[in-house]
Design a protein around this ligand. Structure first.
Ligand code: KG4
Ligand code: ZN
Length: 333
């Protein structure tokens, strides 16, 4: 049993969290709004924002948790995957703090941490379970055998589904990040109004680059006929795009559950905040007799709570890092 400080800085959220004896007590997140005006995350600006945020956010989380530095037993941080400059800020900070306090570091894999976010709150899935991890950088179908053993059953061959949401939103003229905007507009639209072609990919893999092209050509054609087409049909376009993406996710998820004979089904990652996906999963759970697990909103998108809980499991396993560990932007799974 231990007190773990978790640090996340892989993309555009600086976050710190405290996990005491396996219970995440605090999770503070500083979101970087600066990227909105550029229509996407600007890596150099992200690094600078992390540098600005990291000391205040760690100080704040320790104060809120009423923990002093000398109480911390280990520091878990995101080693990768992510933006190199952004990862460097979190990892350098974690390693120097650990060196000063003479405590171990625990390097954490960001995508595995998204899955382990399911162990922050009740109800927790039982092993083995299937996890569909859907974020801005990855789309993976996993068989999770234990906190430290996860097998990739399928994954995207090109764009991640979060990227597909964001790029489609950009085509509709919506600001970055477009995923949450599509979600919001879709709730007022007709998901059956427009049809977009879905790529056919064998087995349990995904491909999301084709749908983006299909939307682009469709919009070009319609806007030629009516320049106000997008504005006049915004809600229906958002709903139809969201419906198509969720259809693609669900088809392979159902296949994976059947293939593995597992009915404990979880979703994780930024796109698991999507209300359409959450409600579709609830519908499918009734049809397929699934027990479903959906993290609280604050643990869907990037957060240090998932890093701290991962740190807890790795600490129990004695899996510590070295001060020579460098960030891994393309960290293998
Ligand atoms: O996991 P995450 O916070 O960061 C990565 O590790 O990539 O995921 C970010 C992605 C973005 O593409 C964002 O648009 C998407 O998650 N996202 C959503 C929603 N909230 C976040 N996509 C659809 N609907 C949402 N409500
Ligand atoms: Zn993430």
């Amino acid at each position: 049993m231990a007190i773990i400080l978790g640090i996340e800085s892989s993309c555009d959220e600086t976050s710190a969290s405290v996990c005491i004896n396996g219970k995440v007590t605090n999770n503070d997140i500083a979101t970087q709004d600066i990227h909105e005006q550029y229509g996407g995350v600007v890596p150099e600006l992200a690094s600078r924002e992390h540098q600005r945020n990291i000391v205040p956010i760690v100080t704040h989380v320790l104060e809120n948790a009423q923990i002093s530095l000398s109480d911390v037993d280990a520091i878990a941080y995101t080693r990768g995957p992510g933006l190199l400059g952004a990862l460097l800020v979190g990892s350098s900070f974690a390693k120097s703090m650990a060196l000063t306090l003479d405590i171990p570091t625990i390097p954490v894999h960001h995508m595995k941490a998204h899955v382990l976010a399911h162990f922050i709150d009740e109800p927790k899935p039982k092993f083995p379970f299937i996890c569909l991890t859907v974020s801005g950088g990855h789309t993976q179908l996993l068989r999770v055998n234990s906190a430290t053993e996860m097998i990739i059953l399928g994954q995207t061959k090109d764009d991640a589904v979060g990227e597909a949401f964001d790029k489609s939103a950009k085509l509709l003229g919506l600001p970055y990040p477009g995923g949450p905007m599509i979600d919001k507009l879709a709730s007022e639209g007709d998901p059956g109004k427009f049809e977009f072609s879905k790529s056919e990919v064998p087995a349990l893999d995904y491909s999301f680059s084709g749908i983006k092209t299909s939307i682009l050509y469709f919009l070009r054609k319609e806007v030629q006929r009516n320049e106000n087409f997008v504005n006049e049909n915004l809600n229906d376009l958002a709903a139809s795009i969201q419906f198509t993406l969720i259809e693609m996710l669900m088809a392979k998820l159902k296949l994976a559950a059947k293939q593995e004979g597992i009915n404990q089904i979880a979703i994780a990652g930024g796109v698991s905040a999507n209300l359409g996906l959450r409600s579709r999963l609830a519908d499918e759970s009734k049809i397929n007799n699934w027990e479903i697990f959906i993290p609280d909103f604050q643990y869907c998108t990037d957060n240090a709570g998932m890093i701290a809980i991962s740190g807890h499991f790795l600490y129990e396993n004695g899996q510590f890092g070295l001060l020579s560990d460098s960030p891994q932007p393309r960290m293998p799974f």
